[in-house]
Design a protein around this ligand. Structure first.
Ligand SMILES: Cc1ncc(COP(=O)(O)O)c(C=O)c1O
Length: 376
């Protein structure tokens, strides 16, 4: 069924449909590769935004090496398709070990991420597959307030020391920071300050660890807001791991990561009815086609409606969206029933996750269909 849309125009798609502009996603991926080359750091691309083979090929510049995933399912999916040097970038717990063991066996380089004594103890007590060691990153929290050991805590250096205590079991790869607190910045200047604070704190942690005899071979940070605003401070690191940059979204535009024109994805939706008595029209995209991630964030409601700054998606039910004007009367002649609108999502990772296929377009024609992996 999917192959039948190739060569068709976007207007022929059944809606709502997730549409990706190939030229934009390619440009976004190449720009990040170029940033990393300029900074002299390795790019370990996060795949959680798109979860597709084609997207990861663009992110790795065709090498298929150097990914970070957010689920074991993604790690297995990429392993099945010839990718290697994959970090399962999620706090490890003992329950993960059977699948982690298989991936460690299959891949040349499969890494896990830990932030607890329990995880380190589990790895020290579990024999790795023959001729392999567990390859491990320590996750450090430099202000994000999610997973990770706290950068200032002396006991956390003890955890790093434990990771180096038995090289026949564990190869310590270094430290990993997801500076996701950049998403809470008030403005782009604040993003820059948080980026630099994360780097400074991480380097202090690395220095303290070094004094206790722990060498961190890899020192990396990454979120799209920080990496789309690269600075010389990043040259002190050797790895970046952003992910959302492949698609970008309205949230990124508010943080100074991009302009609305750079956003590579959107939801195509059809107008399904006019309701002049309440100055509204309905579209066939409800919260299952967009999510409610942008609630309360934008004057234009739950998304930005491309090329129509006076339209607002004011509410949604499961399969229906309610569109009105930001100001004034709706000119229904401009919006015939059956015609398309294109919704730029607030959070593309969440919106992409609503769709079993992505329609890839170039010059308004569908040139490919990408199938993301789903599951955990
Ligand atoms: C652990 C981890 N690393 C990297 C990233 C990539 O960050 P971004 O999506 O801002 O590029 C994420 C995103 O949530 C993450 O959770």
């Amino acid at each position: 069924m999917a192959a039948s849309v190739i060569g068709r125009r976007v207007e022929e798609l059944t809606t709502p449909a997730f549409v990706v502009d190939y030229d934009k996603v390619e440009t976004n991926c190449n720009m990040m590769l170029q940033t990393c080359t300029t900074m002299g750091v390795k790019l370990r691309a996060q795949t959680k935004t798109h979860k597709t083979i084609e997207g990861a090929e663009l992110q790795t510049g065709g090498t298929k090496r150097g990914l970070v995933t957010s689920t074991l399912d993604e790690s297995e999916f990429y392993a099945d398709h010839g990718f290697d040097d994959i970090l399962y970038g999620y706090p490890l717990i003992p329950f993960h070990m059977p699948r982690v063991t298989v991936l460690t066996k299959r891949l040349e380089k499969f890494h896990v991420m830990v932030d607890s004594r329990l995880a380190v103890q589990t790895l020290l007590e579990t024999p790795p597959p023959s001729s392999k060691t567990w390859s491990v990153f320590l996750k450090v929290d430099c202000g994000n307030g999610r997973a990770g050991v706290w950068w200032e805590d002396e006991e956390d250096i003890d955890l790093a020391l434990s990771l180096c205590s038995d090289p026949t079991r564990i190869t310590f790869q270094g430290v990993y920071v997801h500076c996701g607190n950049t998403y809470h910045a008030d403005d782009p200047k604040d993003v820059d300050a948080l980026r630099d604070e994360n780097i400074e704190r991480l380097l202090k942690f690395v220095e303290k660890a070094k004094k206790r005899g722990v060498i961190c071979p890899t020192v990396g940070i990454g979120s799209t807001p920080s990496c789309r605003r690269p600075a010389d401070t990043m040259k002190k690191l050797n790895e970046l791991h952003p992910g959302n940059y492949a698609f970008l979204d309205v949230q990124q535009s508010t943080l100074g990561s991009c302009s609305l024109e750079d956003i590579a994805c959107c939801v195509a939706t059809r107008i399904i009815g006019h309701y002049p008595r309440r100055n509204q029209m309905l579209i066939d995209c409800g919260f299952t086609g967009l999510t409610k991630q942008g609630e309360g964030k934008m004057p234009s409601g739950y998304c930005v409606i491309r090329d129509h700054p006076n339209l607002k998606l004011c509410s949604m039910t499961q399969e229906i969206g309610f569109v009105e004007t930001v100001e004034g009367k709706l000119d229904y002649a401009k919006y015939p029933v059956g015609s398309l609108l294109f919704l730029l999502p607030w959070h593309s990772c969440a919106t992409a996750a609503m769709y079993p296929v992505y329609n890839i377009i170039q010059n308004d024609r569908i040139i490919a269909v990408w199938k993301p992996t789903r599951g955990w």
